[in-house]
Design a protein around this ligand. Sequence first.
Ligand SMILES: C[S@@+](CC[C@H](N)C(=O)[O-])C[C@H]1O[C@@H](n2cnc3c(N)ncnc32)[C@H](O)[C@@H]1O
Length: 251
Amino acid sequence: MSATQEKTTRSSSPTDDATAKAVFSNERTVQVPKITLPVSLRPNTRLKMDGLEFLSLLPESAIPVAFLDPQYRGVLDKLAYGNEGKSRGMRRSAMAQMSDALIGDFVRGIDRVLVPSGHLFLWVDKFHLCQGVRPWLEGTSLEIVDLMTWDKGTFGMGYRTRRRAEHCIVLQRRPVRAKGVWKVHNITDVVLEKVSKREHPHAKPVELQGRLISAVSSEGDFVIDPAAGSFSVLDAALQHNRNFLGCDLNG
Ligand SMILES: C[S@@+](CC[C@H](N)C(=O)[O-])C[C@H]1O[C@@H](n2cnc3c(N)ncnc32)[C@H](O)[C@@H]1O
């Protein structure tokens, strides 16, 4: 998508246009510094390394957008479907699990490298959404500014209702503002996108992540994901002419 296309917002009448201009902005005024990377951090590749080590190698206040999709230990503990060690449950339980303390360390590491007014898109399931993520934000300058729901269009597990959705909490490093920062205004807060789980049981939607990337960054900017799984964010970043930096313990 070209820079000109990205500047386009959808509106249906001249009145809508006037209102949109007053309330929204489709320009970005965020300054992103040029960064020098250590040779071990090769952009646009699937790095195999620990996410905290990866974050520690990035310069401070340099990255406009990050994604974090933690491997929650809580999911296995709470769901306890009895399939841990079997089929898809085996693939999940074989992955390195993250404690709440570790997730807090990842969030603090991301906060350090984001530019002022930069964004973190944090994927959560409904248990973590209800319990709240505030403890993970302690000691950071991140604020919750929005929430999106991804409708997977599938019929998942559940003792009561069956799971069909996951959620993405939108966090912004202070100073919090939308004008001059968020430039795509036709993304709804519930999005249906089907995703194959063949490569990774927790793969996230490439198209949706790509639209979020284009909303809060410019062409050539870096997008990071320190626990990248199937590297869906890499695909999304490349589709929108951004650079990607990210890793997974499993590469
Ligand atoms: C929920 S998955 C991410 C899925 C990803 N968003 C996608 O679209 O495919 C979480 C990933 O975190 C990885 N992981 C767990 N601990 C890690 C660590 N300390 N450093 C890097 N990756 C880690 C796991 O291997 C797993 O692939």
